[in-house]
Design a protein around this ligand. Structure first.
Ligand SMILES: Nc1ncnc2c1ncn2[C@@H]1O[C@H](COP(=O)(O)OP(=O)(O)OP(=O)(O)O)[C@@H](O)[C@H]1O
Ligand SMILES: [Mg+2]
Length: 237
């Protein structure tokens, strides 16, 4: 097996919201590193800072301190235009609440981001593996929540991103659909070698991860390698 190469390296990462009496420290000095091609699952109670962490790695919010290296490049010192380039080229982001464009069809929602990539996946093939091909010409309001979530995942995957960030990707889905979505992520990870960070409340999902991070009150309280990850199909909860 190839030697492991650090892909994301976070050092002393800090973030607060508000000032004075309302000041709230959300990330209180996070240190971790994630290797290229790993599936990393981040667990932690509500309010512990998981989404904030993901937003910082995704360059959607600014840090107050520390550094975030992705593929050797420190996001915290990038100019806005370079940060935009990073988001467009390197990153797939699956939001907790889909954020699909209501006036575009399922296929168009995916095509929009395919155009941002130098080496996008084939849109029709992806629609088929997402089980969305028959629904491709419908609008988001005409499909189920699970199908909207698949579309949101398709939109992130079609770029063939180096880094895929997923905030509660199965939070609103039933058991069967959740497992299908996780299997899809596993497939993409194996086929294209993208690095994946999944934030979830579901501790069972941690069994499919190479690395498990546990956050509490803005600090990492567990950072463990899982030597024998379980296939997504074998997960149970
Ligand atoms: N824009 C903001 N302004 C002020 N406070 C915020 C903001 N965003 C998040 N917070 C606060 O920061 C803390 C961490 O929020 P975050 O969304 O990162 O938690 P989380 O771990 O993702 O929680 P959940 O599991 O409920 O999604 C919370 O106390 C939240 O209220
Ligand atoms: Mg959250």
């Amino acid at each position: 097996m190839a030697t492991k190469q650090t892909y994301v390296q976070v050092k002393g990462l800090k973030k607060h919201y508000g000032d004075g009496d309302a000041r709230l420290t959300v990330l209180d000095g996070i240190d971790t590193s994630i290797n290229r091609g790993e599936i990393c699952v981040m667990l932690g109670p509500s309010g512990s800072g998981k989404s904030t962490f993901l937003n910082l790695i995704g360059g959607l919010e600014d840090a107050d301190g520390g550094s975030i290296m992705v593929d050797g490049c420190d996001l915290t010192v990038l100019k806005p235009t370079d940060l935009g380039k990073y988001r467009r080229r390197e990153l797939g982001f699956v939001f907790q609440f889909y954020n699909l464009v209501p006036d575009l069809t399922i296929k168009e929602n995916i095509e929009v981001t395919a155009h941002l990539s130098k080496n996008p996946l084939n849109v029709d093939d992806l629609l088929r593996s997402l089980g969305l091909y028959e629904h491709r010409n419908k609008f988001p309001r005409q499909v189920s929540g699970g199908q909207q979530q698949r579309c949101a995942i398709g939109r992130a995957l079609v770029k063939n991103p180096g880094l895929l960030l997923c905030d509660e990707p199965t939070g609103a889905l039933d058991y069967k659909t959740s497992k299908e979505i996780l299997q899809l992520m596993e497939d993409v990870n194996r086929t294209y070698g993208c690095t994946i960070i999944i934030v979830t409340h579901n501790a069972a999902i941690a069994r499919m991860a190479n690395r498990v991070l546990r956050l509490r009150d803005g600090r990492i309280v567990e950072d463990e390698l899982n030597e024998s990850p379980v296939a997504a199909a074998e997960l149970d909860w």
